[in-house]
Design a protein around this ligand. Structure first.
Ligand code: SAH
Length: 239
């Protein structure tokens, strides 16, 4: 009788072992799969189009974009397109995120402000490179979700604020750079005042037709450059 119990117990132990081994194998397959998709995304969509700053490329390869999009779009997270993130908002195409990040010339010691947190993906990419990221989102549920997500993923150098981005964050200014990821109809002057001299702001400007502007604050005023036509969700004004 006793030996029968021992045999049953051994069978259970062997089955559990096999189950955990196969689960672990499938997790590591998923991990390999994600790193392969990220590598292809960086090579084919980003490097191939001319982004070559190594700190930007490695940040793009590090951040798990699939963890920032709704479950239904995870499969498509590494494709060459924007994706819906709820509340009528979108996460930009990976190339645009990389391009905008490269344009502000991010460095380790910088403090950067982002307007339009959305799901927090652009903030995470910046946080891989710079010292501190401040990001403002006007929609409370998106701000809350991004705050939780970024904390869970260990981004302790990101501060998420739910507020109107047009006002910036004067209490933390001046910033080394500002990235605006929603489109105001005109260049938001109040934000330029929160830039350091020599600091850069990248911003999509316009309504139905939008252009991406790179603005540098100088001693005398600003230097402006129009980079390319883009399509972003509107930067809304709070009442
Ligand atoms: N950078 C985001 C995507 C931005 S989508 C990401 O990586 O996911 C643009 C976001 O800007 C939306 O979430 C929208 O709600 C927000 N937004 C629009 N107007 C705003 C404003 N005035 N202040 C702050 N956020 C704003």
């Amino acid at each position: 009788m006793k030996w029968q119990v021992e045999i049953k117990f051994s069978i259970i132990v062997v089955c559990l072992f096999c189950f955990f081994m196969s689960a672990e194998k499938s997790f590591s397959n998923d991990r390999d799969n994600v790193s392969a998709k990220k590598k292809i995304m960086v090579e084919m969509q980003i490097k191939a189009r001319g982004v070559n700053a190594t700190n930007v490329l490695s940040a793009m390869e590090k951040v798990d974009r699939h963890l920032f999009v709704p479950q239904a779009f995870r499969e498509n997270a590494y494709l060459d397109s924007p994706l819906p993130i709820g509340y009528g908002q979108t996460i930009s195409q990976p190339y645009i995120v990389a391009y905008m990040t490269e344009q502000i010339k991010p460095q380790k010691n910088m403090r950067v402000l982002e307007i339009g947190t959305g799901c927090g993906y652009q903030a995470a990419v910046l946080a891989e490179i710079v010292k501190e990221v401040y990001t403002i989102e006007i929609l409370a549920p998106l701000a809350e979700a991004a705050k939780k997500r970024l904390k869970l993923l260990g981004y302790n150098n990101v501060t998420v604020e739910c507020a109107d981005g047009y006002k910036g964050l004067p209490e933390y200014a001046p910033f080394d750079a500002i990235i605006v990821t929603a489109a105001p109809p005109e260049i938001p002057e109040e934000l330029i005042e929160q830039l350091k001299i020599g600091g850069k702001m990248i911003v999509p400007v316009g309504t139905s037709f939008q252009q991406l502007y790179l603005i540098e604050r100088t001693e005398e005023g600003t230097k402006q450059q129009v980079l390319l036509p883009v399509r972003f969700v509107p930067m809304v004004k709070s009442e």
